[in-house]
Write a protein that binds this ligand. Structure first.
Ligand code: 5AD
Ligand code: SF4
Length: 421
């Protein structure tokens, strides 16, 4: 579930080895890998070597995680420097967030580096890998930006059977080592409260996993039952903090959205929430407000990403959200919420399939979300076209340690942002 920077073994003595991890040496327990020798590359968590790794793969992981040095402050705009220094000691205000979101050139690069250094200082060099299963693409809503909207007749709709969802989830945990799974669908009332409870209970009885539900609006009683059945988190974006803009793009009531988030939190869920970046008519001020809203909600994980136009929707001909502003949102979020979990979202990887992930990590992100939906369904989960989907990647291979220690580590990390138990 969590991937650290690999280290190279310098010398071994019994069950201990001295390992060089790009800028420091440390002692690591190698009792799980007894034939380790000097020169080997290894991955370890909590000073325990977990896996040996090829040099080539180690280089690729380091490319993603090792930071660049900060930019000399004397070269930068003085207000920018002042705001960055203030961000280290207090929460930034709206106008300061806007200033950072507007930074360009050398200041933009300095913003990314400051965010990366902040991530490193507060949560060290971890990439956390989570999985997502999209179990139904039916939706009763009609959001103007989304390909799953009910009026879009261009997509083939599907629903997975509860037992198939359970089997896939259990296999992802017990077979691959996932520790956190998001179960997502459009707002599809076909799945009753009892069906969802049954699904969660079956999964929880067969494996140890954090389940985050992403199923949209359900009443208090439903979310209460799902929590009691064993769901730990809810992914529920507010999409935009601008009430006017919300009413133009969504068919739900803006204040009910926040009412929902309030009771979800009250029920003791971990919360993943955030906004869409680059909606038609959205301003930089709106984006700054989105970050303050996330902060105000004390969410554990930010889920935000660029808008990608989808044919067959009213916004099909609108321009995409920009990669640049999406990266700056990640960085500014990192400065505002130092320990928060920031996954690189598929929409960003879709807009830049070559560099998107690396740039997002460099800008302060610390988690990845791999899509586990069976291929026969995945292509029809068309919130926007040509989604970036990677199967059996290097990172999935090395990031998923099948040990309970990594479950407990995740629990601790999720609780670091709020005090949810
Ligand atoms: N581009 C980017 N993200 C989208 N979503 C829906 N449609 C799009 C789109 N066209 C996001 C919404 C929703 C999440 C499940 O997918 O923010 O909350
Ligand atoms: Fe449905 Fe969510 Fe898409 Fe809106 S964004 S149409 S609620 S799936």
């Amino acid at each position: 579930m969590c991937l650290t920077i690999p280290g190279q073994v310098i010398r071994c003595s019994g069950s201990k080895a001295i390992v060089w991890q790009y800028d420091r040496a440390m002692e690591v327990d190698i009792s799980l890998l007894p034939d380790t020798k000097p020169g080997d590359w290894i991955l370890y968590i909590s000073s325990m070597a977990i896996k040996r790794i090829d040099k080539k793969d180690a280089d690729e992981i380091m490319e993603l995680l090792v930071s660049k040095p900060p930019i000399e402050m004397g070269l930068l705009d003085s207000r920018f420097v002042w705001i960055i220094k203030e961000s280290r000691v207090r929460d930034l205000k709206r106008d300061e967030l806007i200033y950072l979101l507007n930074s360009e050139g050398l200041e933009k690069e300095a913003l990314f580096r400051e965010a990366e250094i902040t991530r490193k200082a507060y949560i060290r060099d971890f990439i956390c890998v989570h999985g997502i299963i999209e179990f139904s693409n039916y939706c009763r809503n009609n959001c103007k930006y989304c390909g799953l909207r009910r009026d879009n007749t261009n997509i083939k709709r599907y629903r997975m059977e509860v037992n198939d969802i359970v089997d896939l989830a259990v296999d992802s945990v017990n077979g691959k080592g996932y520790k956190l799974l998001v179960l997502q669908s459009g707002e599809d009332l076909y799945y009753t409260k009892d069906m969802l409870v049954d699904m969660i209970k079956k999964i929880k009885s067969k494996c140890r996993v954090f389940i985050f539900m992403s199923i949209g609006d359900r009443d208090y009683e439903t979310y209460k039952s799902l929590r009691e059945a064993g769901a730990s988190g809810v992914l529920y974006r507010f999409e935009t903090s601008n009430k006017e803009l919300f009413s133009q793009v969504h068919d739900k009531d803006f204040s009910r959205r926040f009412e929902h988030l309030r009771f979800i939190k009250e029920l003791g869920y971990f919360i993943a929430s955030g906004s869409l970046i680059g909606l038609p008519g959205q301003t930089t001020g709106d984006l700054a407000e989105d970050l303050l809203t996330v902060k105000g909600l004390s969410v554990n994980m930010i889920s935000m990403g660029p808008f990608v136009p989808c044919e067959g929707t009213p916004f099909g001909n609108e321009p995409s959200g920009s990669i640049d502003i999406s990266l700056k949102m990640i960085s500014v979020a990192r400065l505002l919420m130092k320990k928060i979990r920031i996954p690189v979202v598929t929409a960003l990887e879709t807009l830049d399939s070559v560099n998107g992930r690396r740039l997002a990590m460099r800008a302060g992100a610390n988690a990845l979300m791999f899509n586990l939906t069976p291929e026969e369904y995945c292509r029809d989960y068309k919130i926007y076209p040509d989604r970036f989907i990677e199967r059996n990647s290097l990172l999935e291979k090395y990031a998923l340690f099948k040990n309970d220690g990594s479950y407990e580590m995740l629990e601790k990390r999720l609780q670091e942002v709020t005090n949810v138990t």
